[in-house]
Design a protein around this ligand. Structure first.
Ligand code: 13P
Ligand code: SF4
Length: 299
């Protein structure tokens, strides 16, 4: 309790805002001013009039906030909180791929480093990837979609478009097996299956709904189903249960835990505000190139 009071006081004194991803631990979600998915967090970071953003998530998300609001101080409470998928492609690798397909437009998942975003034409999140392909890239003949091969596969099935892909994936979402879903389904036959598009194709195949983490929260509130099997990182269950006390949520797999998302604790949020650490900086030249692809996505 004392920690929360200290955080609240420092937030007021320093004009800071706390943004948290849906996978953060319950204590961190509860102290945040806004909890959401990558898209919602980017939009919030772009619009806030706070001077300081404490970003409780992983590094690519904090970098995106910095790119959109370079005049603000962006802090990440644990600087080891990276995203293994984002680290599966670097700028030289993407440049090499581009050189093999010189006419292709590059659509990059927001789960990429700032340097990789600087090499892209357009950014997308799991919430808007389909729309980016059907609307913004409608007239393009060739599209490179990196780094998530499973998200690319999902978008390809939804749009009927083929992509030049990269071999990236989320190590947390691949832990969810179709056998896990089928087992949960046999235990809870009335339950609907809701999964993230980072899941593998066999998992997506058996789902009733595929959505970003924010899309899952929205769907859970709207569906008539009283029981839901959730195929994503288990941190989201806190928010789902809090917002829908009349419904029952089952994790598709207890193993779907992102260790990086769990690095942020309440204490680290406090230390971050006290010591103004760890500041996220992106070189100006990278910001100016990466910004275009993100702003094009935000419209
Ligand atoms: P969302 O944008 O759906 O929240 O997903 C982010 C992420 O890292 C999923 O693993
Ligand atoms: Fe990256 Fe997967 Fe963790 Fe999301 S859940 S931050 S994609 S490793």
């Amino acid at each position: 309790m004392e920690i929360i009071e200290k955080i609240e006081r420092l937030k007021r004194e320093k004009n800071a805002i706390i943004l948290a991803h849906n996978y953060q631990i319950p204590d961190v979600q509860d102290v945040a001013d806004y909890v959401g998915d990558s898209l919602g967090l980017s939009m919030k970071a772009a619009k806030t009039d706070a001077d300081i953003i404490v970003f409780c998530g992983v590094l690519f998300m904090a970098e995106t906030a910095k790119i959109l609001s370079p005049q603000k101080t962006v802090l990440i409470p644990d600087r080891n909180a990276g995203c293994p998928m984002a680290n599966m492609i670097n700028a030289p690798q993407l440049r090499d791929l581009k050189s093999k397909h010189p006419r292709a437009k590059v659509l990059c998942y927001v789960n990429t480093t700032a340097e990789v975003k600087a090499e892209c034409d357009l950014c997308c999140t799991s919430a808007n990837a389909v729309r980016m392909v059907t609307d913004v890239l409608r007239d393009e003949r060739e599209i490179i979609f990196a780094p998530d091969k499973y998200l690319a596969d999902y978008v390809s099935r939804k749009t009927g478009r083929n992509f030049i892909t990269w071999k990236g994936f989320c190590p947390t979402h691949v832990k969810i097996l179709v056998e896990d879903i089928l087992r949960q389904k046999s235990l809870h036959p009335e339950a609907e299956v809701v999964v993230h598009p980072e899941c593998t194709p066999p998992v997506i195949e058996v789902a009733d709904k595929v959505a970003s983490t924010e899309g899952m929260c929205k769907y859970a509130g709207e569906t008539r189903a009283k029981e839901l099997i959730i195929g994503t990182e288990t941190g989201i269950l806190h928010r789902l249960r809090k917002e829908n006390p009349d419904k029952v949520f089952y994790p598709a797999s207890e193993l779907a835990v992102c260790p990086n998302m769990k690095l942020t604790t309440l204490e680290k949020v406090l230390w971050s505000l006290e010591g103004m650490n760890y500041e996220v900086n992106v070189p100006e030249e990278v910001i100016s190139r990466a910004k275009q692809s993100i702003q094009r996505m935000l419209g």
